[in-house]
Ligand binder design. Sequence first.
Ligand SMILES: *[C@@H]1O[C@H](CO)[C@@H](O)[C@H](O)[C@H]1NC(C)=O
Ligand SMILES: *[C@@H]1O[C@H](CO)[C@@H](O)[C@H](O)[C@H]1NC(C)=O
Ligand SMILES: *[C@@H]1O[C@H](CO)[C@@H](O)[C@H](O)[C@H]1NC(C)=O
Ligand SMILES: *[C@@H]1O[C@H](CO)[C@@H](O)[C@H](O)[C@H]1NC(C)=O
Ligand SMILES: *[C@@H]1O[C@H](CO)[C@@H](O)[C@H](O)[C@H]1NC(C)=O
Length: 697
Amino acid sequence: MAGKEVAVLWLLAVLGWGSGGKVLVWPADNSHWLNMEYILQELVVRGHEVTVLLPSCFLILNSTQPSPFQFEVVDVPITKKEMATLLEEAFYFWFYQERALSVWASLYRIAQLVYKLENVTKIICDEVLKNEALLERLKASTFDVLLADPLAPSGELFAEKLGIPFVYTIRFSVGNTVERLCGMLPAPPSYVPATLSHLTDRMSFLERLKNIFSFTVQDIMYHYLVWGSWDQYYSDVVVWPTDASHWINVKVLLEELVLRGHEVTVLVPSSNLLIDYQDTSSPFTFEVLQVPFTQKTLHAAMEDFLNFWMNEVSNVSPWKIMWKMKEDLEVFTNMSKQVCDTLVMNPQLIAKLKQAKFDVLIADPLSAGGELVAEILAIPFVYSFRFSEGNVVERLCGGLPSPPSYVPASTRGLTDQMSFVERLQNFLFYFYMDLFFLKFWRDEWDGYYSNVLGRPTTLCETMGKAEIWLIRTYWDFEFPRPFLPNFEFVGGLHCQPAKPLPKVLWRYKGKKPETLGSNTRIYDWIPQNDLLGHPSTKAFITHGGTNGIYEAIYHGIPMVGIPMFADQHDNIAHMRAKGAAVELDFSTLKTQDLVDALNTVINNSTYKENALRLSKIHHDQPVKPLDRAVFWIEFVMRHKGAKHLRPAAHHLTWYQYHCLDVLAFLFTCTAIGVFILAKCCLFCCRRCGRIAKRKKE
Ligand SMILES: *[C@@H]1O[C@H](CO)[C@@H](O)[C@H](O)[C@H]1NC(C)=O
Ligand SMILES: *[C@@H]1O[C@H](CO)[C@@H](O)[C@H](O)[C@H]1NC(C)=O
Ligand SMILES: *[C@@H]1O[C@H](CO)[C@@H](O)[C@H](O)[C@H]1NC(C)=O
Ligand SMILES: *[C@@H]1O[C@H](CO)[C@@H](O)[C@H](O)[C@H]1NC(C)=O
Ligand SMILES: *[C@@H]1O[C@H](CO)[C@@H](O)[C@H](O)[C@H]1NC(C)=O
C-alpha cells in the first residue's frame, strides 16, 4: 500500500512539475529577444504553454515559421522597414558616433533615439489597448504570468490590465535608471558605475564626479523625456483594477561536507556548552584548545546572562540594560581572547595546522577569532551567521547596504513598515550601535589583532575579508532588502522531513525503565522537528529562536511567540508581520493570555494559511539552502576564494562611500559661482547707479 502511494505521489510530482502553466510574453525586438527565447524554450520543455504578443513590425520574429510558441500578432501601422531604419540609426550611433561625440552631444543623441523608440512603443501599445477583442481573448486565457523586457515600457501595463503578475528580464537601462528608481536597486555612485559611462568599480575622484553626473543627467532625462509622457498614459488606462544554538546549525552543514568526502577538523575549546569532543562516533576530527576557564565558569556566565534577560530586564532602566550588555560583552570577550591565546601562543599547534594545508575555514563572527586564525594560516574563510546587534558586523565589516528607512536594525523588534518615530528610533539605534561597537572593538580587539598579525589592522577590516557570508535566514522570514553578491541567505538548512513518532513521548534523562511499553520512547531532548512535522500538530509555542522558527516554517505551523532576548523579539516580529504568529509578553504573561493566544492561532485559519504560505515559499527554491551553503564553501575551496564577488566598497573611506567629498566639491563650486555672480551684479548695479546719477546732474 505504502509503496503504491509513494509511486502515485511521485508520478504526480513529475507530472505536476510543469503542466498547466500559461505564460504570456511581451517581447523586445532584436538581440533582447534572443535571450528571452532561451528562457521560453526551457519553459516549453517543462510543459508550459507560451504565448507571444507580437507586433507586426518586429524584425526578429516571423510568426508563420514553425515555432514552439503560440503567437498573437498585433497589427500596427508601422512597417518592418521603418522599424529596421530606426534600429539601424541606433546601431550606427553606438558603433560609430558614441565615443567620438562629446558628453553633451552624446546625451542629446541618446535622448533623441530614446524619444523615437518611445514613440514607436506608444503606437504599438495603442494598437493592443484599442483591440478589445484581443484583450478579451487574453483575459479569457487566464495566463499565470507575463514575461517582459522593460527596455520599452508597456509589458507591465498589460499585466496590470489582465490582472496577472509579471517578471522582467533585463540587461540594463541607461544609467541603470529603471533598476534604481523603479526596482529600488541600491547603486551607490561611489563604486557602482552608471551604465554607458565606461567606468569600472574603482574610480578616482574625477571619475566618481563623472559617475554622479551621469546618474543625475540620466535620471532627469528619464523623468522628463520618457516617463513624463507615460505617467499620464498609465494612469489613464488602468481601469480594470485588479555556540549553543549556533552550533546546531553549523553542525548540519559540516556533516553534509563530510558526506561529500571532505575532512572536517573542529578547533574546540576544552570548556564549551554543546560540542562533545570526546564522542568517538563523531564524523569530525577535534583539535582541543586547553582554555584556562572551566566548564563551570562558562555555565555560570551563561546562566547570569540568561537570568538577566529572562527575569530582570523588564524591571530595569534602558541605561541599566545598556550597561549590562557592555558587561556581558566584556565577559564573553575575555573568554574569546583566552581561547584565541591558546592558539596564538602555541607555535607548535600553528605549525601543525599549517602543515595540514586546510582549504577553507568556517567561522561564526558572533565570537571573534575565526578570521584571525584564517589570516595566520593564510587560507580563505567563510562565515555562517545569523545577525549582530544592530547589524553592525554585516554593515560596517561586510559592507551590506542597510537603508535605515526600511531595513530594521536587529534586536529592536521593528518591521520594514515603520512610522516616522520608528524610523527615527531605527536611525538612532544604527548610529548608536556603530559608535558603541567601533569603540568597543578598538579598545578590545584592534590592538590584539595588530599585535598577532604584526601589522596595523582592525577586527572589522579582518572580518571584511570573509569570502562568503552564509546568513541563516531566507526571504520566507526576512523582509526584502538589498544584499551583496557574496551574501547567501541559507535559512532553514537544518530542517528535514519529520520522522514518524511513537504514540507516547517522554522527556526523561536517566536509565531506561525495564517496564517501558513498546509504544513509548524516551528522549533526552524531544525531537522538535519531528513533533512539528506531525500531522496533528496545530500550533507551536516558542521562545522565538531562529532554528525553531525555521522548523515551524518548514512544516507550516502557526506560532505563539514568547520572545526573551537576542534576536527573538525580531524573529517573532517578523512572523507576526507575516501573519503567522501571535506575540506574548513574558514579563506580564498570565495563564489566560496563553490560552487565548493558542485559541486564536488555532481557531482563526488565517494564521495556518500564512504559515503554509511561508512554508511553500521555503520549499520552492531552485537549490535547497543546505546545497547552496555547501556549494559556496566548495566554490571557495576550488577557487581559493571568491574575490570576484567582493564589492569595491571595502576600499573606500566612509566619506568616499557616501560621496561626501564629491558633494563638498560641488557645493564649493556652486558657492563660488553664486558669490562671483552676486559680485558681478553688485558691480553692475553700482555702475548703472553712478551713470544714472551723472545723467541727472
Ligand atoms: C515569414 O516566413 C515565411 C515563410 O518562411 C515567408 O514566406 C514570409 O515572407 C516571411 N515574412 C516576413 C515578413 O519576413
Ligand atoms: C511620433 O509619432 C507621431 C505619430 O503618432 C508622429 O506624428 C511624430 O512625428 C512622431 N515623433 C517622432 C519624434 O518621431
Ligand atoms: C580576563 O579576566 C580576568 C579576571 O576576570 C583577568 O585576570 C584576565 O587578565 C582577563 N583576560 C583577558 C585576556 O583580558
Ligand atoms: C477555539 O477553539 C477551542 C478548541 O480548540 C474552543 O474551546 C474555543 O471555544 C474556541 N474559541 C473561539 C473564540 O472560538
Ligand atoms: C483572524 O485574524 C486576522 C489577523 O489577525 C484578523 O484580521 C481577522 O479578523 C481574524 N478573524 C476572525 C474571524 O477573528
